[in-house]
Structure formats: structure tokens, C-alpha cells
Design a binder for this molecule. Structure first.
Ligand code: SF4
Ligand code: SF4
Length: 304
């Protein structure tokens, strides 16, 4: 084959469509950012927080089939071929009962599935007239940074979606270079800080917090830090030293934004965190007051 033919052949190759694993899509929410929003929950997270109330979004399915007998609606099927194990999920039969989730040892979801950019743009466009915005959550949305950048770029160009406010809900554990591909298309980022002390952060999430804090600084410098949040876990991350370090860190960020304080709750969490005390309203008020005295616009998020 001559060079001209080779070039022609390669010239006809098309790049595979970008895809990303999505746990579920919530058509309407009023608690995941301002206004009426669609929420896309990506599957897969780079932290492993015992306090996570969506632990089934952390892992990825390896088709072990352990969940199949636990679906009361016949939506999970062993679709193995030639000894290669394969789980099949029937969306029409699925009742979203979540009975399968406790039986996945990988913190996965049998109903998570891969979407391409075009199919998500269409779903969002279909709902767009009733929406103020879309929130990309997870799992950790920035793990899908190439997909998400392409998706948001298309939404901003789409005649029916251009009005939508696009927010990324993130744990901040991503490289600065990944934000470069996301921020030109995102209206803002809602970022969680779990702890200021690196060792404590590792205990609470499994990961160091240097990238998280760097993300907060980068986003604030680019005026894209829409919201900061802190999950207050009594007796874990509410020491005076932690709170004072948090206040100092936020004060040093450019710009102004509220700090939303959430109290730790048992709902949805795994066994380890069920042993932890739920955060009391009194403790939330004490912490909010301490932070406010240090110049932080700390606001207690109403429990759902
Ligand atoms: S959520 Fe769907 S797949 Fe899981 S048990 Fe319920 S019906 Fe079956
Ligand atoms: S969802 Fe979990 S339990 Fe079900 S097949 Fe996949 S890895 Fe196994």
C-alpha cells in the first residue's frame, strides 16, 4: 500500500465517540444549585468517604453478577456469553427500587450505563424549556473531564440549551490542567472541602487534600467558585484547629462566596460511618457562629 493510499485510509478513520458512565439522571431538582435543574450523576469517584450518602456511585461494575438474584423485578439478567460474565440491565423493567445496591461489593450500580455526548445533549435539550440549569455531579464529575468539557461546549452552542446555567459539583481532587478544559464552558463549580489537616483528610476520604485546596484557589482566582461546602462531622473535623484553618483558608481566597455547612447524617452511608454521631443542630450553630466571627459567610444548609 502506497503512502497516498495509507493517508486516505487514515483520513477516513473517525475517532470513537466520547462516552462516560452515568449513574442516573434526575430530570428536575431544586436542591443541587440555584433554580430548577437537571442533575447528571456520573459513576465513579476518586475518593472513598465513609460519610458518602451515595456510595453506590463510587465504583464500577465488573460483571460479577452477585446482584442478579436480588432484583425483585427481573431487571437484572445474566447475559454471559462463552463463559465471559456479563450483566444486562433492563431499563424498562427497572423500578428504581435500589434493592440491588447493598449487594454490590464494589460500591457500583447495576443500572449505571455509558452515554455519549449527543445522547445527553438531546436529553437535556428535551427538558431545557423547563430548566434554569444543569448540575454535573457524581461520583466525581471531573473524572470525566474530557467528556464533560465536550458536553458543556455543545450545550453552550445549542439553541435550546444556551440559557442553561452549568455547574459542576466536585470534590476538587483533579489536576489544574483538567480545569482548563472545563472552565471555559462552566458557569461555576460547587466544591466540597472535607478537612484542612492532610492526615485527617486522608482518614475521611482516602486521599490527600493538596489538589483539593489548589482547586479551590484556582477556581476562586478565575471567579468560578460558585459555592464552598463543608460537611461537619462532630468529633471528626470540628476541632477548633480545623475550623480556624478553614476560616483562614477561605479568607485568603479572592472574591466572596458563602460557605454552606452541612451536618453529617446517617442516611445512605456505609457501616463504618453509621457508628459516627449525627451532627446536632446545636453544634452546627456553634460552628457557624465561630466561622462568622472570623469573617466567613457561613450558612447552615437546611437538612433535607
Ligand atoms: S433498582 Fe432496578 S435493577 Fe436494582 S433491584 Fe430495583 S428494579 Fe432491580
Ligand atoms: S453491579 Fe456490582 S454486584 Fe452487580 S454485577 Fe456489577 S459489580 Fe457485580
Amino acid at each position: 500500500m502506497g503512502p497516498a493510499q495509507t493517508g486516505l485510509r487514515f483520513g477516513k478513520l473517525t475517532a470513537p465517540a466520547l462516552q462516560a458512565p452515568v449513574n442516573r439522571i434526575l430530570p428536575f431538582s431544586c436542591v443541587d444549585g440555584p433554580g430548577s435543574r437537571m442533575v447528571v450523576f456520573f459513576q465513579g469517584c476518586n475518593m472513598n468517604c465513609p460519610s458518602c450518602h451515595n456510595p453506590h456511585t463510587i465504583g464500577h461494575c465488573n460483571h460479577c453478577l452477585d446482584c442478579v438474584p436480588h432484583c425483585p423485578n427481573g431487571a437484572l439478567v445474566d447475559a454471559s456469553v462463552n463463559g465471559k460474565r456479563k450483566l444486562a440491565h433492563s431499563a424498562p423493567q427497572c423500578q428504581n427500587c435500589e434493592s440491588c445496591l447493598p449487594h454490590c461489593g464494589r460500591n457500583g450500580s447495576p443500572y449505571a450505563r455509558r452515554h455519549d455526548v449527543a445522547s445527553l445533549v438531546k436529553q437535556i435539550a428535551d427538558h431545557a424549556p423547563l430548566l434554569d440549569g444543569v448540575t454535573f455531579s457524581g461520583g466525581e464529575a471531573t473524572l470525566q473531564h474530557r467528556f464533560l468539557g465536550a458536553l458543556m461546549a455543545q450545550l453552550k452552542q445549542h439553541p435550546e440549551c444556551a440559557h442553561l446555567n452549568l455547574l459542576i459539583d466536585s470534590n476538587g481532587l483533579t489536576d489544574g490542567a483538567h480545569w482548563d478544559g472545563l472552565l471555559p464552558h462552566a458557569d461555576g463549580v460547587m466544591l466540597d472541602i472535607k478537612a484542612m489537616d492532610p492526615a485527617l483528610h486522608k482518614t475521611l476520604t482516602g486521599r490527600d487534600n493538596a489538589k483539593v485546596l489548589a482547586s479551590a484557589r484556582l477556581l476562586a482566582e478565575q471567579d468560578k467558585l460558585a459555592e464552598l461546602r463543608f460537611l461537619l462531622i462532630e468529633h471528626h473535623n470540628d476541632s477548633d484547629a480545623e475550623l480556624d484553618a478553614l476560616a483562614a483558608f477561605i479568607r485568603a481566597l479572592p472574591g466572596q462566596r458563602p460557605l454552606k455547612l452541612n451536618g453529617f447524617r446517617h442516611h445512605g452511608v456505609r457501616e463504618q460511618a453509621r457508628q459516627w454521631a449525627e451532627t446536632t443542630e446545636l453544634r452546627l450553630q456553634q460552628v457557624a457562629s465561630r466561622l462568622q466571627q472570623q469573617g466567613i459567610d457561613a450558612r447552615i444548609n437546611a437538612a433535607p
